[in-house]
Ligand binder design. Sequence first.
Ligand code: PLP
Length: 391
Amino acid sequence: MAVSDWAPKSIPFNAPAIEGDEMAYLEAAVRDGHISAKGPFTAKVVELLRQQIGGAEVLLTTSCTAALELAAMLLDIEPGDTVIVPSFTFVTTAMAFVREGAQLLFADIEPDTLGLDPNHVRELLDDSVRAVVPVHYAGVGCDLTGIRSELAGRSGRRGIDLIEDNAHGLFGRYQGNPLGSFGRMSTLSFHETKNFSCGEGGALVLNRSSDVERAHVLYDKGTNRRAFEGGRVDEYSWIDRGSSFGLADLLAAYLLAQLEAQEAVLSKRRAISGCYRELLEPHTERLGLRLPAVPADRVQAYHMFYVLLPDRASRDRALRKLNADGIMATTHYVPLHSSLMGSKVAARMTECPVTTEMSGRLLRLPFFNGLDLATVAAIVDRLVAAVEASP
Ligand SMILES: *Cc1c(COP(=O)(O)O)cnc(C)c1O
């Protein structure tokens, strides 16, 4: 579609889509009469996720934030403990650990994948570190080999755990293995903006069987209800800390239908991503654009499509022009290390220059299952025109 064919209409950044049996499953959940947590649809989602990711157990939670909070509780953070998180991430990757009393060490990202930089992790590692929390940005695995080799042989005061915030990376792979299967635990998001959604939802994947029993206690309001249900105690009572983390089975029903459409969803997103890439590629050199890098040993999860512009000024200009055309492109994370709260909860100041630079240059383009390729072409035309136009 040429620019001249463009008929102005608003193109959202994201739009939720029904992909299969969502409505039928919702109705079935209500009819079956179990709509709270841990119902039959939850069991099916857990089975599906365990088949795909592996892990000793999967707990469906009310959000990825809740899953991160549950992960942080399982670490038994003590005063003086620190957690290494990328500065370039969503707030709750960091906040979940702060709520448990940890201080943070903000690490920089690599310029190619925008994932946690193992070299900066090495510089930050000291005896205070209790956990490292990488994010697989845009669904492209970060350098897990590099990060794991930095952690190898280092134990800190009480062990250093890897916890993957895999909110973007469901069904992505790193060197043949599923994202989310590398850490002691990993988290997923089923928020409206993610690839597979039930409005609000998440999951904690436990890759260590020794975590399963206690995780269920914290998950179930600090009670040993699971032991009771398994006939191992006569009545259940309050035995630990915890909260109400469980996802309603009503939402698990919706989510199951989304996950069962895995192939259809991923192929639509792969096509959109491929189309953006193919149409933008011829302009990259001339306009100084950079497209997302996907190293050869990784399978991406197609969570988003972003473009890096030459600098913040050109990014802001392109963003304003696209938005004025009704194309709801958007920026992404404001670096946490320089945020008001980030500076209060950092164990010490750290420098994350790549984060600051990429945050200023990054533009996310509309990306959702129902985005048709003609519209992708129109968005690319508009973006190219916006970057070409002089300030
Ligand atoms: C979306 C997201 C979260 C939070 O997910 P919720 O389900 O909305 O709590 C956490 N981390 C990352 C990297 C995310 O993209």
